[in-house]
Design a protein around this ligand. Structure first.
Ligand code: CUV
Length: 675
C-alpha cells in the first residue's frame, strides 16, 4: 500500500479509519504498512516449512530443497494444506449445526425448534428417508445421523454430488476420482500426503486438493445451509439496512461477529425478551439492537432481517464508534486486534466457542442445551454495559437492501405461476436477454482498497447484462452502495437485465447469504441444467465466479470446489503459487481438461470481469445460443487501453531475494508481478 492507495471507498469506514488508527495497534491497514516488505519466497509459495530440516527456499538459483522437492511440489503441498484448512472451517461449522439438529430432534437442546418442516421433508426425501406418518423429530433424527456420517465416512462417497449434480458431471467426477469418501478423510489425507516424503507429484497433489474442497461445497457448506434452513427457517426476500449507520445511539447495540447461526439466532430472540427490554429501559436505552459483521450478519439478515453493521474490515471500526456495548464472537474472521480497540472504548468482547478464545476477552461458553439462557446472559451484559459509554460517534451512512434469495424463491413468482422454476432464467439466457450469471463472493483484504474491486466488477457485469449472485462480505460491499435494491437495475443494468429484473421483481444483484450459502449457488446451477437448454454438465453453463478481495483459506477452498464443479473462477490477489510456473499452469490451464473449470488470477476487477464474460461468450457459442438481444460489447483484453498501473505493493523483495529470483520469467498466466 502506498500513500496513493485508498484504504476504502466506503465513506462510513473512511469516517472512522483515522479514529481507529489513532491507537497503538492501529487498523489492519496500518499494520499492513508496518509489516513492510514480505518475504518473496513466502509470497510465491516456495518457502517449504514441512519438515524440520528446513525451512528451504526454492529459487532458480536453488531449485531443490534439502529433500529434493522442487518448486511445484513445495507450492502445491502448501496450497492444498490451505484448501484443507478452509474446508475444515466450513465442515466444522456444518458439523456443529447438524449436532444442533440431532439434539433438537431428541429434545436435548434449548430454544431451538424445527422451523421449516417443509424443508425437512424435502431434504429427507433426497436422503431416501421415510417421511410418511412420522413425526418431524423422528425424521430430523434420522437425517441428522445420516448427515453426521458424511464427516467421517471411510468408504463410498459423500451424498450430495450424485444426489444433486447433473449425471454427466457426476460421471466426470467419478472418472477422475474427485468425489470425497468423507469430509474428514480427505482433510486427513491432505495432511498425510503433504507430510515430508509422501506425495511429490504436483498434479497428484493438486487433484487431491480438488477432491478435498468438494467436501466443503458439496458436504460441509451444503449441510450447513440445508440444516440451517430446517432449524431456522428458509429465507424469503427481506428488506433491511446496512453499514455502520445502522447502530443506534439510543439503543443497546450488540454486534454479533463470526459465522455460525446457532448462537446469533438465539441472541436475536433474547433481544426481544420483555424482561431484558425492560432492563434496557431502566438503563436509559430505547431498545436493543442486534446487528452483524461478517457472515453471521448474513445468517441473521437472511432469516431475521437483522441489520448488517459491516463486512470484514469494519470490525475494528465498529468498536471505534463507541456505540458497541457487546461484540459477541464465535468462530472465523475474528481478528484478535478487536480486543485492543475494545479496551479504548467501553466495548466488551465476548468469546463463546471453545475453539476460539482471545486473551483479554470475556468468555461465556456456548452450550446447545442452554442456548437461550446463555444468549440472555450475553444480552444482559450488553444492557448493563450501556451506561458505561463515552462519547459516541456513529457515521450517518447506511443504505437499504433486499436479501434472502434462495434456489427456491428467486424465480418463484414470475408470471403468476407461484412455483419455483428456473425456466425464466434459462429462457433469458437462451434468448440473449442475459449474457450469463456471475457469482461474486468473498472477503475484504488490506491488499485492496476495501470494497472497490467488488463494486467495480459488479457494475461491469450489470452494464453488460450479467445477473450477479453474491454472498459473504462481497454482498455487504454491494449492499452498502444500494446495488441490492430493485431500483438499482434502472441505474446500473443493461437493457436485457433490466427487463428481467422488472419482470421478476428482483434486484440485479441477488444476495444468497453467507459463505456456506455458496452451496445455494451450486444447487442453482444444477437446477439450470435440469431445467434444460443449457447443456448437460455444470461446465457447459455460461457462468463464472470471482473472489475479487479474497482474504482467507476458506476462499481458496471455495475457489477450488467451484473449479472442480466446472466453473471459471477469477481469484485475486493471486494465491501463493507464483514460484512454480507448473502449478500456475495447472490451475489456469490444465485443470480445465479434468473438470471443465479453471482459475484466472487477474488483479484488475474490470479486466477480470471481461475474462469472465469472454468465458460466458465461449460457452454461449458452444451451446449455439442466439446472439445477445442488446449488444453491449465489452472491450476484449487485447483491445483495451493499457490500464493505469495498480498501486505499488508494499511487499517487495529483499535485495537477496530479488537476486535469487532474477532468472524467473514474469508469469503471464496470472498477471502476477515479479519482485
Ligand atoms: Ni464466511 S470468509 S471475511 S465472513 S467473506 Fe467475509 Fe464470510 Fe471472507 Fe470471512
Amino acid at each position: 500500500m502506498t500513500e496513493e492507495m485508498r484504504r476504502t471507498v466506503d465513506p462510513a469506514a473512511e469516517a472512522l479509519m483515522d479514529k481507529a488508527g489513532d491507537s497503538e495497534i492501529g487498523t489492519a491497514y496500518d499494520r499492513h504498512v508496518s509489516q513492510g516488505k514480505r518475504c518473496t519466497f513466502g509470497e510465491k509459495g516456495v518457502c517449504c516449512r514441512i519438515c524440520e530440516m528446513g525451512p528451504c527456499r526454492i529459487s532458480p538459483k536453488n531449485p531443490r530443497g534439502i529433500c529434493g522437492a522442487d518448486a511445484a511440489t513445495v507450492a502445491s503441498r502448501h496450497l492444498i494444506r490451505q484448501v484443507a484448512a478452509g474446508t475444515a472451517a466450513h465442515a466444522d461449522h456444518g458439523h456443529d449445526i447438524v449436532k444442533v439438529l440431532l439434539m433438537t430432534a431428541r429434545g436435548e437442546s434449548q430454544g431451538y425448534e424445527i422451523k421449516s418442516e417443509r424443508r425437512l421433508h424435502e431434504v429427507a426425501k433426497e436422503w431416501d428417508i421415510e417421511t410418511e406418518g412420522r413425526t418431524k423429530e423422528a425424521i430430523a433424527e434420522e437425517l441428522a445421523l445420516a448427515a453426521m456420517a458424511q464427516f467421517n465416512n471411510l468408504d463410498g462417497e459423500i451424498h450430495y454430488p450424485a444426489a444433486r449434480a447433473p449425471e454427466a458431471t457426476v460421471k466426470n467426477w467419478r472418472a477422475h476420482g474427485l468425489i470425497p469418501v468423507g469430509v474428514e478423510h480427505e482433510i486427513v489425507e491432505t495432511l498425510h500426503r503433504t507430510h515430508e516424503g509422501v506425495d511429490a507429484d504436483y498434479v497428484n497433489i493438486l487433484k487431491h486438493g480438488l477432491r478435498t474442497s468438494m467436501g466443503d461445497g458439496w458436504a460441509g457448506a451444503m449441510l450447513a445451509t440445508d440444516i440451517g434452513d430446517i432449524l431456522f427457517g428458509t429465507p424469503e426476500p427481506v428488506r433491511s439496512e446496512v453499514n455502520l449507520g445502522v447502530l443506534k445511539q439510543d439503543h443497546v447495540n450488540i454486534v454479533v461477529h463470526g459465522h455460525e447461526p446457532t448462537l446469533s439466532e438465539m441472541v436475536v430472540a433474547a433481544s426481544r425478551d420483555p424482561e431484558l427490554l425492560e432492563l434496557a429501559k431502566s438503563k436509559g436505552a430505547d431498545g436493543i439492537l442486534v446487528g452483524g459483521i461478517c457472515c453471521t450478519a448474513n445468517e441473521i439478515l437472511m432469516r431475521q432481517g437483522a441489520p448488517v453493521v459491516g463486512n470484514f474490515l469494519h470490525q475494528e471500526l465498529a468498536i471505534a464508534t463507541g456505540a458497541v456495548d457487546v461484540m459477541l464472537v464465535d468462530v472465523q474472521c475474528i481478528i484478535p486486534a478487536v480486543i485492543e480497540h475494545a479496551g479504548r472504548f467501553h466495548t466488551k468482547v465476548i468469546t463463546t466457542s471453545k475453539k476460539a478464545h482471545i486473551r483479554g476477552a470475556e468468555h461465556v461458553q456456548f452450550h446447545e442445551d442452554k442456548a437461550f439462557d446463555i444468549a440472555k446472559e450475553i444480552v444482559r451484559r450488553a444492557v448493563e454495559n450501556y451506561p458505561n459509554r463515552g462519547p459516541v460517534d456513529i457515521p450517518e451512512h447506511k443504505n437499504d437492501l433486499v436479501a434472502g434469495f434462495t434456489v427456491a424463491n428467486t424465480f418463484t413468482h414470475l408470471g403468476g405461476r407461484y412455483r419455483s422454476s428456473f425456466r425464466p432464467l434459462n429462457d433469458a439466457i437462451i434468448s440473449g436477454r442475459l449474457r450469463g450469471v456471475a457469482a461474486v463472493i468473498g472477503c475484504n483484504t488490506v491488499k485492496k482498497t476495501q470494497d472497490d474491486s467488488h463494486l467495480r466488477m459488479v457494475k461491469e457485469f450489470l452494464k453488460h447484462d450479467v445477473l450477479v449472485i453474491m454472498t459473504g462480505c462481497a454482498a455487504t460491499a454491494c449492499a452498502k452502495v444500494g446495488l441490492l435494491q430493485p431500483e438499482s437495475a434502472r441505474e446500473y443494468a443493461g437493457e436485457g437485465l433490466q427487463e428481467i429484473c422488472e419482470a421478476v421483481g428482483i434486484p440485479p444483484v441477488l444476495h444468497f447469504g453467507s459463505c456456506v450459502d455458496n452451496s445455494r449457488i451450486l444447487v442453482a446451477l444444477c437446477e439450470m441444467i435440469k431445467e434444460g437448454g443449457l447443456g448437460e454438465k455444470l461446465s457447459d453453463l455460461p457462468i463464472a465466479g470471482a473472489a475479487p478481495e479474497a482474504m482467507c483459506e476458506k476462499a481458496i477452498a471455495i475457489g477450488f470446489y467451484c473449479v472442480t464443479s466446472g466453473a471459471f473462477v477469477n481469484y485475486a490477489p493471486v494465491m501463493r503459487i507464483e514460484g512454480s510456473d507448473e502449478v500456475v499452469k495447472f490451475l489456469t490451464e490444465d485443470v480445465e481438461e479434468i473438470t471443465g473449470g479453471k482459475f484466472s488470477f487477474e488483479e484488475d476487477p474490470v479486466k477480470a470481469a471481461h475474462l469472465m464474460m469472454e468465458h460466458m461468450e465461449r460457452k454461449r457459442a458452444d451451446l449455439k445460443l442466439r446472439p445477445l438481444m442488446y449488444d453491449t460489447p465489452f472491450l476484449k483484453q487485447e483491445e483495451k487501453e493499457p490500464a493505469a498501473p495498480p498501486p505499488e505493493r508494499v511487499m517487495v523483495a529483499d535485495s537477496d531475494d530479488m537476486e535469487a529470483f532474477a532468472g524467473l520469467p514474469p508469469s503471464h498466466h496470472c498477471g502476477g508481478k515479479q519482485p
